[in-house]
Design a protein around this ligand. Structure first.
Ligand code: RP5
Length: 162
């Protein structure tokens, strides 16, 4: 069985449409991952067990998405030294600013690499994880360079009429 490199975790099933953006990027780049619902509030024991075993299970990066009182990324960063990328999920009540503030203001000592709110943040979380892994994986580095070049090439020089 292939070693899982990235853990994509989220606070709720309702976060999956956002976090799938990260999974799609990892699929496109050939990075192995698992996806799990791990809620800081509803399944705290699951959070603890996941964080406690992350290093021994060989995870290299964790992408954690949550919305509202979004404590999952920070709590995971407290429990494991595996780098945690935080994705603030967009909420209806406060548009995800609540999620962003909950994730980004970590106390000194336990960092979370916080992405933008919503789908772009989740996709960038996937790219950030791939970039970290590419430092020690030349084949992945080549695929990531090609992905970036293709995106660049897809941008027209002139705007078109609608
Ligand atoms: C958070 O509460 C989750 O990360 C989710 O973004 C938000 C709402 O969860 P549900 O009520 O949709 O399950 O814990």
């Amino acid at each position: 069985m292939q070693q899982i490199q990235v853990g994509i975790i989220m606070g709720s099933q309702s976060d999956w449409p956002t976090m799938k953006e990260a999974a799609d990027i990892l699929d496109a780049l050939g990075v192995t991952y698992e996806k799990r619902i791990v809620s800081a509030h509803r399944t705290p024991d699951r959070l603890w067990a996941y964080g406690k075993s992350a290093v021994e299970r060989g995870l290299k990066v964790i992408i954690a998405g949550a919305g509202g009182a979004a404590h999952l990324p920070g709590m995971m960063a407290s429990k494991t030294r595996v780098p945690v990328i935080g994705v603030p999920v967009q909420t209806r009540a406060l548009s995800g600013v609540d999620s962003l503030y909950s994730i980004v203001q970590m106390p000194k000592g336990y960092p979370v690499a916080t992405m933008a709110i919503g789908a772009a943040g989740a996709a960038n979380g996937g790219l950030m994880a791939a970039g970290i892994l590419a430092l020690s994986d030349p084949a992945l580095a080549e695929r990531l360079d090609a992905w970036r070049a293709a995106l660049s090439d897809s941008i027209p020089e002139e705007p078109q009429d609608a």
